[in-house]
Design a protein. Structure first.
Length: 244
């Protein structure tokens, strides 16, 4: 009997690996490298500003160019009346001591009201004021969301309020509580009364439209509510994370 011939199998062809064209690979590498550098740079600034006062912000620089100059002088936290810190927390972020950068309840309330109110915490506002820019955009919001946890981890709660009270715009061309208290009331920030502190805090959401120096009836009503709120958060312990 004739032996059956076995057909030799041809060696399987190696599947060619699909690779991006060289120009695209270079673009991807550059994008990744650039992103990594930006992340490291921002983290370095977060660490630096935990102990060093930010020399300027984009908003202050832009307003200085637009107006020619701005009124601003840094003041340490210990030289600010405690009621000012409590007032700003009562007005902007009553749960400041209870969250780690994001207030879920405030965000939910903002969504339910259709964007009629803000859901940003003081930590988020500090990130926006110090590291980013004003205005609404998804890019800015995404960056703010990414940087806020780092600030919460590396800064104390007291430091967050200190920086906020020194960089926030409190009237056109007026930045920080030192300049605001002297311009509006003729006193230093350490001598602010509960009512004066509440008026500054009440005007902050729209400092160019609301005046702590010449408050409307509506602003005065809001200030009275902030006075009560500041007393409440002191009594119930919600000011303990930033008070000595």
């Amino acid at each position: 009997m004739a032996k059956s011939k076995t057909k030799s199998k041809a060696p399987a062809k190696k599947a060619k690996s699909r690779r991006w064209p060289k120009p695209l690979r270079w673009l991807g590498f550059i994008a990744l490298r650039g992103t990594s550098i930006i992340i490291v740079f921002v983290l370095a600034l977060v660490v630096l500003f935990s102990v060093v006062n930010p020399p300027i912000t984009y908003t202050i620089w832009a307003e200085s160019r637009r107006l020619g100059s701005v009124d601003r002088e840094w003041v340490p936290f210990d030289d600010i009346a405690p009621v000012m810190a409590r007032s700003i927390v009562a007005a902007e972020d009553a749960n400041f001591c209870l969250h780690w950068g994001f207030d879920v309840q405030a965000i939910r309330a903002a969504l339910e009201e259709g964007g009629g109110r803000g859901g940003s915490t003081l930590s988020q506002q500090v990130v926006k004021n110090v590291f980013l820019w004003q205005g609404r955009s998804w890019i800015r919001k995404a960056l703010e969301t990414a940087i806020t946890p780092a600030v919460e981890i590396l800064w104390s709660k007291q430091r967050i309020i200190e920086v906020y009270l020194n960089v926030a715009e409190m009237s056109e061309g007026v930045f920080g509580v030192e300049a605001a208290s002297r311009k509006f009331f003729g006193v230093g920030p350490g001598s602010l009364s509960p009512r004066q502190a509440a008026l500054i805090a009440a005007a902050l959401p729209s400092p160019r439209k609301r005046s702590a120096e010449h408050p409307s009836a509506r602003l005065q009503r809001k200030a009275r509510a902030i006075v009560d709120g500041a007393a409440t958060i002191r009594a119930d312990g919600r000011a303990s994370c930033f008070e000595d």
